[in-house]
Each structure stands twice: as structure tokens, then as C-alpha cells.
Design a protein around this ligand. Structure first.
Ligand SMILES: Nc1ncnc2c1ncn2[C@@H]1O[C@H](COP(=O)(O)OP(=O)(O)OP(=O)(O)O)[C@@H](O)[C@H]1O
Ligand SMILES: [Mg+2]
Length: 328
């Protein structure tokens, strides 16, 4: 049974263009000529990966049979990515398409020594600040919540303020933007969130930048979910005992990109099924396991039986039995 109320997932929409150079950049750089630097590398591999935190989360929710609403800004070049997401159950009809900018793009060339030249073009992402949630809500219905993930900081702030004004429950997931944001911005993004997601490092960054103690952060949000990498996850609510769970069992880590987003997708999917916080954390850890085991953030597949098998193997038969009715 999918959630009767829509889940709005706001955040960056981007692709990664990754190239590999078989030689060493070092061999082409002439130190005395750096002021006239102009080098070109013949690369033998180009991989284009779908990314952006919001599509990553939406993809995971779609995999679980939910139909999330993607909120974000992209360019005219979004067509192929849109079709891919729609094929996987994501409602892309409210994505803002920029008239002048391309979809955000990370371009990186890595050489044989793992040295990198990288650039990030935010492009259309900056138009996230022009997105108003209310017309989307008018079209899809009153949201269960609005997740506000890493994006154009102005856009994140605007979405958060609009949620406060209109009384939409919101989930704060500032992740990468924590490194750049000032304390005031972070306080604004976090205060009053129904749920706050971060990894452990980011949870300390939140405390440091906001000037709030761990207890004070917790007192300002409904539930705080802190992922601990291969160690699992901790879920806290003021006045209740912490839920601390290990990561899924027997995971062969191949490439971690997108693991945090997949965890969130699993957690939020399970919340929509109303199975409680412990089950939500377990579903999150299992979905995250699929991402760590694949290259790319939206390349994993599983059948309901496989997913339930993994859930049972890691967290027991009761966990699987509770989730079974919801997975189609
Ligand atoms: N090596 C691993 N083995 C098993 N599970 C893992 C591993 N790494 C991460 N996970 C799972 O993914 C969840 C999120 O991981 P993590 O805390 O590393 O997120 P993150 O730092 O936000 O990741 P990123 O931002 O790189 O996507 C963890 O709670 C855990 O369930
Ligand atoms: Mg993360």
C-alpha cells in the first residue's frame, strides 16, 4: 500500500561525467610554464552517471514501489534523465526546466595515479530558488512531508521557509551544503524539522556551526537520524531510548557514492508504510547495501523476494514479515 499522501523530494539534480586518463597529469605539466597552462589529455573512457541527491532518493523510493514527486531545477537536456526516472516510478512533472542553463554537471578526469582535475557547473540548479512548493502541492495534494536535500542554498532556505509558513512537515537533509553554509543558514534549515538526516561527521558540523549542543539540536527536531557508515545508524528522539542498528550483513563494498541517499530512500519509504522507526532504519540499511555493491547511484535492482531475504538475513524474520505486505 503506497502512502496516500505525496512525498516531495527537493534537492540537486545533476549528472557526473567521469573520464580516465591512462597516463600521469604530472608528466604534462611544466612547472615553469604554469602561468601559461593549457593542456589537453586524450582520455579513453567517459562514463555519465545519473546523480543529484533528489533523483537518487526518488529512484530508491520508486524501487520500493512508491511514487515520489521530484522537486528541483534542470536544463533542457533533462529529457533522457526524465524518461529514466519516470520509468522507475518518479513523478517528474514538476521539475523546473531552465530556459538558459544546462542541468548541473560534475566533470572529472582521473589519471593513473588517481590525481584529478574536476569542475562543478551548478547551471540550472541555481533556479531551485525560483521554485514555489504551493503550486506543486495544489497539483499533487497535501504532502506527507517535504524533504529538503542539498541544493542551491537560497533554494533550500526558500523551501524551508515556505514549509514553515504553510505548515508542511519538512525533513532537513543539508549534507554537502553543511561544509559551505554559515551558522545562520544551517540554523534556519534545521530548526523545526520533523526529521533531521546526516552522517556522523555532518552531525558534529551541525553542532559546531549552529552553536547548539547535541541535545539542543535534538530538541529542535522531531527525530534525528545519524548514519554511521559501515557501523550502521542511530535514531534519536528526545525523551526516548536511542535506536542503534548495525548495517546490513555481508555487504561487499564496491563504490559508496549515493549510499546516504539510498539509506534515506529506504527509511522514508518505510515511514510511508508506517512500520515504525526501527523498521525504517533497517529498510534504509538494506537499500543502502545495494548501492554500495554497485558502481553508480541508480544502477541496482532487486526483486521483492531478494530484498526481503536480505532484510531477514540481517534483521530477522519478523522484520521481513512486517515489510512483506508493502513490497510489491
Ligand atoms: N561499507 C558499508 N557496508 C554496509 N553498509 C554501509 C556501508 N557504508 C554505508 N553503509 C550503509 O549506508 C548508510 C549510510 O552510510 P554513510 O553514513 O556512509 O552515509 P554518507 O556519509 O551520507 O554517504 P554519502 O554521502 O557518501 O552517500 C549506513 O547507515 C549504512 O547502513
Ligand atoms: Mg551523505
Amino acid at each position: 500500500m503506497p502512502s496516500p499522501r505525496p512525498l516531495l523530494i527537493a534537492g540537486s539534480i545533476a549528472t557526473d561525467h567521469l573520464m580516465t586518463f591512462q597516463g600521469k597529469f604530472e608528466d604534462s605539466l611544466v612547472v615553469e610554464q604554469l602561468h601559461k597552462l593549457s593542456v589537453s589529455f586524450l582520455v579513453d573512457d567517459l562514463e555519465i552517471r545519473r546523480g543529484g541527491v533528489a533523483p537518487n532518493m526518488c529512484f530508491g523510493l520508486g524501487r520500493l514501489g512508491l511514487r515520489p514527486v521530484l522537486v528541483g531545477a534542470a536544463g533542457e537536456d533533462f529529457g533522457d534523465y526524465r524518461s529514466w526516472l519516470e520509468r522507475h516510478g518518479v513523478d517528474c512533472s514538476h521539475v523546473r526546466i531552465s530556459e538558459s542553463k544546462h542541468t548541473a554537471r560534475f566533470v572529472c578526469t582521473t589519471d593513473a595515479t588517481m590525481a584529478q582535475f574536476a569542475s562543478f557547473y551548478p547551471g540550472a540548479m541555481a533556479e531551485a530558488r525560483l521554485i514555489e512548493l504551493q503550486p506543486i502541492v495544489a497539483a499533487v495534494g497535501e504532502p506527507e512531508y517535504v524533504l529538503i536535500g542539498a541544493d542551491d542554498p537560497e533554494g533550500m532556505l526558500r523551501h524551508t521557509e515556505e514549509c514553515r509558513q504553510r505548515g508542511y512537515a519538512f525533513i532537513a537533509d543539508p549534507s554537502q551544503q553543511l561544509a559551505f553554509g554559515e551558522g545562520e543558514l544551517i540554523r534556519q534549515l534545521v530548526d523545526g524539522a520533523a526529521l533531521l538526516f546526516s552522517n556522523e561527521y555532518e552531525s558534529h558540523l551541525i553542532e559546531q556551526k549552529t552553536g547548539w549542543s547535541a541535545e539542543e539540536v535534538l530538541s529542535r527536531v522531531g527525530t534525528q537520524v545519524t548514519t554511521l557508515g559501515a557501523e550502521g545508524v542511530r535514531v534519536r528522539r528526545a525523551g526516548e531510548p536511542d535506536i542503534v542498528l548495525p548495517a546490513a550483513k555481508d555487504v561487499t563494498a564496491v563504490e559508496p557514492t549515493g549510499v546516504g541517499d539510498a539509506f534515506r530512500a529506504g527509511f522514508l519509504g518505510a515511514l510511508a508504510w508506517d512500520v515504525g522507526l526501527e523498521r525504517a532504519a533497517q529498510v534504509g540499511c538494506v537499500l543502502a547495501a545495494y548501492v554500495v555493491e554497485t558502481v553508480g547511484t541508480q544502477e541496482y535492482t532487486f526483486t521483492a523476494e531478494q530484498f526481503l531475504g536480505r532484510l531477514e538475513h540481517s534483521y530477522g524474520a519478523e522484520a521481513a514479515a512486517d515489510i512483506r505486505p508493502h513490497l510489491v
